[in-house]
Design a protein around this ligand. Structure first.
Ligand code: GLC
Length: 745
């Protein structure tokens, strides 16, 4: 119990034996309704409570004055006013629909009940200098999901992790607590007790689900304590509430779902052409080829190297005409060099981050000494967006944002100096220490908005760094992984927890970035990649090449077969992207998200569901040709052989090197097309696989032109009734499609 104002919690800091003196809120007084919120005065400060229409409860404290305005992440939600406040001796109750928020005055506790059942129990709130501490009841038996991009397995309970966007070059292992993304959101499940929490604070935040046996401690370094409790009844409802608050995934162009090829770096237009011709000649589909940092003139963003990339315009034109997109990398560091227009304009128009006192902040990245745009400011974001005209004039519609933690070489903490100031608006300035985790989000926001304005099409943005809400502007990839079997396996829980934190569109470097892939590893990774929301093969300079043809003929044959499969599935995949963009549920799901009533699914990290009914169980060990697969309740079909299985059992699935175990649940459909060289060449003939267990059912998919902003869609409804199939189209997308029905039973 934390009832004294000067408790000491040294055990929170592991081996660090410093005594930290915490000032606890130990009593609440004067609990009153004020406009759209309830004000709780405490012995330290005021605590504000708001309830939103969809059952999200917000608490925020501020030492000086109330600040309930929106942040960089959150969407405008409608607060409710129809609650009752009942003040009693030591307890005040706020009653709204099925929710009761109980505030115990002394010692200060908050409990949230729904339909009479306890959901959330807050034990204490404390402060120490600029830091805030939130103590919440926790069982070590509970399951905790989310927390964005983290190493390790699916369940994050009994672990401690830190949110601080970092460029982590060393191999990502469970001891790397900080990675490129920071998403302060998790879902908590123990039996029927479920809630979600999002802490809106972009400074360094520690989530400690480890140190103290019965409590979680969430420590934010600086800035306001501002958090939201999701009171949904299921994991899915919690995830949707998070999407209501922090936004749904952007809708990328269809080509973003195709196969993408990258390497650091294709060093010249000749090499770029050679890669493209290899795909063409070998009949391996590809939708995008990436230009890593060597395309630039001395790593200067918004330039091309005039020697090695001379003639880039005509090459890009040729590729574009053939349906292949080019995605150049753009880093935030602008080379300090007089005469370089991006730098000169930055200085002239006051676009760069500065130290207090006005001195320009510079740090060393690829171009050498560089200055950094201040993406927290709307005016500056707009100018950054406009810079992309250099690319869009060449027909480029997708941009890759890297190094945007921001990464700064040879500096303390490998990032921007924490005292640097961000000029959020004319009246608001905050330190980098307070705003750090926002930097990448701001960069992607600026890039996305710039591309959309310049092209008037759906942009594609790929980012390494981000914060809650990044899904509105970019696809996320998990940074510099390794060509190792461990990293192949970890790709799944990493992407799954990103999805459970709001980021539906994510992927990893297929084949691994650092170290040398083997043919077997590349094959197994490519097989998994086919089913990931984002499918890009990328590899570091100096490492063994890993384009699909760079191993033996056998390797080429198998990877080609699977890349083609991506295109056979692409209508289905894009429809799932669209659904996720609409409903806020990730397209790549852990089993627990679909089968929450089945505890056997809670810890499964090495299988996933794509869409609603396609179960993927990749092989993640060398030499293995079979693996254990859990099939939850229902009837399942092997996607490749149509063999039928009863669910609610573990099976052993065979998968020689040219196979991956994939199962489809009965009472669902998959729209398939013939493979093609890229999405521009996609056929309008769709074969609909109808997986039946004899019962009547309905399923649907969505088609559109995959590129424009018109919002014209065709919804294709498939009705399986009395063993007959009826296909009905609705919506305003006017292109004709031919359907062939294939019933599997
Ligand atoms: C970073 C990126 C990597 C890229 C490299 C060079 O390490 O994470 O993907 O290839 O920089 O730009």
């Amino acid at each position: 119990m934390h009832s004294s104002s000067d408790a000491v919690k040294p055990e929170l800091f592991g081996n660090d034996k410093r005594k930290i003196k915490l000032d606890f809120i130990y009593t609440a007084k004067n609990i009153i309704i004020e406009e759209d919120h309830i004000k709780i005065e405490t012995n330290i400060n005021s605590f504000y409570l708001m309830i939103y229409k969809n059952g999200i409860v917000r608490f925020t404290t501020y030492n000086k004055e109330i600040d309930l305005e929106s942040s960089y992440s959150i969407e405008t939600l409608e607060p409710v006013y129809q609650y009752k406040l009942i003040n009693d001796d030591n307890i005040s109750k706020v009653v709204y629909n099925h929710l009761i928020i109980e505030i115990q005055h002394t010692p200060f506790h908050i409990s949230i009940f729904k339909n009479g059942k306890l959901k959330y129990q807050q034990k204490a709130v404390a402060f120490c200098d600029t830091q805030s501490y939130l103590f919440i009841e926790r069982s070590s038996e509970a399951f905790i999901y989310g927390l964005g991009e983290k190493t390790g397995f699916l369940n994050k309970n009994n672990e401690k992790t830190v949110m601080w966007n970092s460029d982590v070059f060393e191999p990502h292992t469970q001891s790397n607590k900080e990675l490129y993304q920071s998403i302060n959101m998790f879902s908590y499940i123990i039996n029927d007790q479920k809630y979600g929490l999002f802490l809106d604070n972009p400074s360094r935040v520690t989530f400690d689900f480890e140190t103290n046996d019965h409590e979680s401690v969430i420590i934010s370094d600086i800035g306001k304590l501002d958090y939201y409790i999701y009171t949904g009844d299921t994991l899915k409802e919690i995830i949707i509430q998070n999407a209501d608050l922090t936004g749904r995934s952007y809708l990328p162009p269809l080509w973003a779902l195709g196969y993408h090829q990258s390497r650091h770096s294709y060093e010249s237009v000749e090499e770029l052409l050679e890669i493209y011709h290899n795909f063409k000649q070998r009949k391996i589909p590809v939708d995008a080829i990436y230009l890593d940092i060597l395309y630039m003139d001395h790593y200067k963003v918004f330039t091309f190297n005039e020697k090695t990339y001379n003639g880039v315009e005509s090459v890009l034109k040729e590729l574009k005409e053939d349906g292949v997109e080019i995605v150049p990398i753009v880093d935030p560091g602008v080379k300090v060099e007089e005469g370089y227009s991006v730098y000169d304009e930055g200085v002239k128009q006051n676009l760069f981050c500065k130290y207090p006192g006005g001195k320009l902040f510079t740090g060393h990245v690829w171009p050498g000494e560089s200055a950094f745009y201040d993406f927290t400011n709307e005016r500056i974001r707009k100018i950054w967006g406009e810079n992309h005209k250099v690319y869009t004039d060449l027909g480029i519609e997708g941009i890759w944002n890297d190094m945007n933690e921001p990464s700064v070489f040879y500096s303390e903490g490998n990032t921007m100096d924490l005292s640097v100031l961000h000029q959020i608006s004319d009246s608001q300035v905050k330190s980098h220490r307070e705003m750090h985790n926002i930097y990448g989000l701001g960069m992607s926001m600026a890039t996305y908005e710039g591309l959309q304005t310049l092209t008037n099409k759906r942009p594609f943005v790929l980012t390494r760094a981000g914060y809650a809400g990044i899904q509105k502007y970019a696809t996320v990839w998990t940074g510099d992984n390794r060509s190792s079997w461990e990293h192949l396996e970890m790709s799944m829980p990493m992407c799954l927890n990103l999805g459970l934190s709001g980021v539906s569109l994510c992927g990893i470097d297929v084949g691994g970035f650092m170290d040398n892939a083997t043919e077997e590893l590349l094959i197994r990774w490519t097989q998994m990649g086919v089913f990931l929301p984002f499918f890009r093969n990328h590899c570091s300079i100096g490492m063994r090449r890993q384009e699909p043809w760079t191993f033996s003929k056998r390797g080429e044959k198998i990877t080609r077969k699977f890349i083609r499969l991506r295109y056979e599935l692409i209508r289905f995949l894009y429809s799932e992207v669209y659904k996720s963009h609409k409903d806020g549920v990730p397209m790549m799901k852990p089993l627990v998200l679909k089968y929450e009533d089945d505890p056997k699914t809670y810890s499964i990290h090495d299988q996933f569901i794509i869409g609603d009914n396609v179960m993927v169980a990749p092989i993640v060990r060398p030499g293995e040709t079979a693996r254990k697969v859990y099939l939850p309740t229902g009837i399942w079909f092997n996607f490749f052989t149509n063999e039928k299985y009863k669910g609610n059992q573990f099976i052993i699935a065979d998968a020689t090197l040219d196979q991956i175990p994939v199962f489809v649940k009965a009472e669902s459909i998959i729209p398939l097309t013939d493979w093609c060289m890229n999405t521009e060449k996609l056929s309008n003939k769709i074969k609909i696989n109808v997986y039946s267990n004899g019962n009547d059912f309905k399923d649907s998919f969505v088609i559109d032109d995959g590129r424009s902003l018109t919002g014209k869609y065709k919804q294709v409804e498939v009705n399986y009734h009395n063993k007959e199939v009826e296909v009905k189209e609705t919506g305003s997308y006017e292109v004709n499609f031919e359907y062939e029905i294939n019933i599997i039973k």
